[in-house]
Design a protein around this ligand. Structure first.
Ligand code: ZN
Length: 484
């Protein structure tokens, strides 16, 4: 499969070819652990974990690293507000990260290194930069001298001169250039500290990712990914310090996902509209949230609003209906295999094959999950028309083909509903069985009352030559389940 990915570095969509055949070295900037992750963070983790899963499906061996920034100004400040130790706070929110990520179905990376476990490597990397003349010291801090690296700005397209204005605000002292950034921060009283050749202090944010990439993946990696807000300065700084230290290209493909907006507004602390994953999970099924995140191409801004949420919910319900119908048909096939003819069966298999191809093609073209979801939805519609009891155009082999495709969708996107019955499902099933008994005894009135009860729960029961089947009515495509 030829995979193409959009590379921020070249501003174009390119064929993806890893440096070493069959192996992908992949790094994603992980969370700064001072709070619960929000839905914008979740977009990064879900999208790139799924891209990893897709690349694995394509036959690549992927070494996937996602770090924890567990020492940072934000952590220190929040810990101070709460009156706890910064290490304790970081530990707490790493545990909260696992809870959210696990519930969202984000698979574990190959490694999840923490900044505080890599301080020795970070110091080593800063020393290399110092020996090569890329650093200078101000008030005990060690800074990277951007003017020594002419290629600075190649990722974001910014020029060093333009950066002086923007950087002035956060500058706590006179730098040689506004774009210079801190590699090592001297410790203020009461802050966590490590011994270093420049005195006690702690690593700056940017250097930790370079050090972890170098340690876990080597000097040149295939994919470096993160949110678009990290392009500048974080990723730009990662590039200069890594390339200055190793004299090798740092990352070959840079992938950035778009912003997440709440309605039309950008999600931000200042607007007070941060939506945490924890909050969302109280109201929505984790797989519905995954569907939301996949519903827009990863590079585009995603607008989170009621419409996108309810259409994801409907999509999820449609999948459940599809699975109900599929297992109904499968059960009947087990009892008495039926097939209308070889020709129809061949046509049916061809249909499944085409859908699988289109699903893979959508993902291979810059990981277009929105298009892939469209293919899956169309697949359900087509298959439902086919899987009708009156028709009997199926055999065991054909339903197996459907199952294979569903497994593939699940493996890459993790969106297929579990098939165990919910409490509500069991209740409906029970009512359907009672109704059958009533019908067998010709107690028509009771049967009608039961049908009404089922209807009031939001389900419909349909009598077919192979027995009754039932599904949820409040989904757009419920009509697809009626016999054409
Ligand atoms: Zn990073």
């Amino acid at each position: 499969m030829n995979v193409r990915l959009h590379n921020t570095l070249t501003r174009s969509t390119e064929p993806f070819q890893p440096l070493q055949k069959g192996q992908v070295l992949f790094y994603v900037c992980g969370p700064t652990v001072y709070d619960y992750i929000h839905i914008g963070n979740a977009r990064v983790f879900v999208i790139f974990d799924s891209l990893r899963r897709f690349l694995e499906r394509c036959g690549f061996r992927v070494i996937y690293i996602q770090n924890f920034t567990d020492i940072d100004d934000k952590i220190i400040n929040r810990a101070r507000e709460k009156g706890v130790d910064p290490r304790e706070l970081a530990e707490e929110y790493i545990a909260e990260y696992w809870e959210d990520a696990d519930r969202l179905g984000v698979r574990r990376a190959t490694h999840h290194p923490r900044a505080t476990e890599n301080v020795e490597n970070i110091i080593g990397l800063i020393r290399v930069l110092e020996e090569k003349g890329f650093t200078y010291q101000v008030h005990g801090d060690v800074l990277f001298d951007v003017s020594r690296f002419p290629a600075y700005g190649k990722l974001s397209g910014k020029k060093v001169d333009e950066l002086i204005e923007g950087a002035r605000v956060e500058s706590r002292y006179k730098k040689r250039s506004g774009a210079d950034f801190v590699l090592w921060k001297s410790a203020k009283p009461g802050e966590p500290r490590w011994e270093s050749p420049w005195g006690p202090g702690r690593p700056g944010w940017h250097i930790e990712c370079s050090a972890m990439v170098l340690r876990y993946l080597g000097h040149t990696i295939d994919i470096h990914a993160g949110g678009t807000d990290l392009t500048f300065p974080h990723h730009e700084n990662e590039i200069v310090q890594s390339e200055a230290a190793t004299d090798h290209p740092f990352a070959r493909y840079w992938l950035h996902n778009g912003y997440l907006n709440i309605g039309e507004e950008k999600m931000s602390k200042s607007l007070g509209n941060i939506v945490t994953v924890r909050e969302m999970l109280k109201q929505y099924h984790p797989r519905v949230l995954r569907l939301v995140l996949f519903s827009t191409h990863y590079r585009k801004p995603l607008h989170l609003d009621d419409e996108v949420l309810s259409s994801a919910e409907r999509y999820f319900e449609r999948m459940k209906n599809f699975l109900r119908n599929l297992s109904f048909i499968e059960e009947k096939v087990q009892q008495a295999p039926l097939c209308e003819g070889k020709e129809q069966e061949a046509q049916f298999s061809e249909n499944i094959k085409k859908c699988r191809e289109r699903f893979t093609e959508a993902l291979a073209e810059d990981f277009n999950t929105a298009q892939a979801l469209g293919v899956v939805s169309e697949f359900f519609r087509t298959m439902n028309r086919f899987l009708q009891p009156e028709r009997g155009r199926w055999s065991r082999d054909t339903t197996a083909g459907i199952r294979e495709f569903l497994e593939e969708v699940e493996e890459v996107l993790g969106i297929v509903p579990a098939e165990e019955m919910s409490v509500e499902d069991r209740l409906v099933q029970e009512l359907v069985e009672k109704r059958q008994e009533a019908r067998a005894k010709k107690e028509w009135e009771t049967a009608d009352t039961l049908r009404e009860e089922i209807h009031n729960l939001g389900y419909v029961v349909e009598d077919t030559p192979l027995g009754p089947r039932w599904f949820r009515t409040e989904v757009e495509s419920a009509g697809d389940f009626s016999v054409p």
